[in-house]
Write a protein that binds this ligand. Sequence first.
Ligand code: C5P
Length: 227
Amino acid sequence: MKKIIIAIDGFSSTGKSTVAKLLAKSLNYIYVDTGAMYRAVTYFALENDLIGDGFFKEEALIDRLEDISINFKFNKEAGFAEVYLNGNNIEADIRTLRVSKFVSPVATLSEVRRKLVEQQQLMGRGKGIVMDGRDIGTVVFPDAELKIFMTASAETRAKRRYKELIDRGHKLSYEDVLENVTTRDHIDSTREDSPLVKAEDAIEIDNSDLTIEAQLETIIGMAQKII
Ligand code: C5P
């Protein structure tokens, strides 16, 4: 069977990673969450006081990029790969609203993007990979055999993210989450370098009213026609 690259792009909290993880599992493919990589750089910037409320030391972060090493290690219990920054597991640390608040400004920096895109392209060299993000079908793998563009209404997405964060024990309001989702979408879609746009050859799936199983079935059906 032929191994392919499946690129899944879309707005924040469209449930891309949930479907991508299950898809990778059922095809026996590698799954890469590129959002986690941008979050890892943001976490590094926060920990080193390079970004915070009202300030962003962009040049200083660019100078420190060589000190940032990101990798993924499979966690058998969790059933997916977790993200490590300089050898430390930061999977839980990057899923906070604080990191979500600063990640989009960090992701506008071309130097950051160049570093992460290079690593992502290396990870996909052997194909057999499902990668999700914002620029996978447009920039990272413009020749990906299957490209999906996920959408859902902002309210549906904010509700999902809110439930996810509350279930994980975070204390926050639905309004904060909705504000974060819409602000990130705006920054991600209007930035100069690699803005979030649907690739011409991507297939759009609006999953506002679709179960995870239905989405998975649809995408597996598409993949099977190719492989
Ligand atoms: O996917 P997730 O919501 O975790 O992504 C966090 C942020 O990382 C996005 O809002 C976006 O700013 C950035 N990102 C990006 N390009 C990607 C993946 C994520 O710019 N390929």
